[in-house]
Design a protein around this ligand. Sequence first.
Ligand SMILES: [Zn+2]
Length: 117
Amino acid sequence: MKQKEIVTNGTANNVAVEMIKEYLQTHSVYGITGFVKTEKEICDKYKDTDCFKEWDSQKLYAIYTINCYHCTEPHDVKIGSREAFHIYHGADFQLCHKCYDSSGIIYSVIRDGVVVS
Ligand SMILES: [Zn+2]
């Protein structure tokens, strides 16, 4: 999963944008993807700012590019929380809507996956 951009609808607070970038920033260590900073590190760093009040995952989120398991085409998905990241990253496969419509039922019987927009 590759982070494409950070979307900041309705906020002009640069510090809040920096915070969500750090919050969703991942790296790979020995092939295992994880977050660069812990939630405690983020909280400690930004606790004296207004960021947490501005944090609305509907308005402030990252777009990640995911490759569809079936057609291998890239698709963008909105991710505004670490929980959402884990759902996509931890899924055995991701399907775009087009492939889900034609083959999702078959895949869902085999193992767990997620559908991306
Ligand atoms: Zn597809």
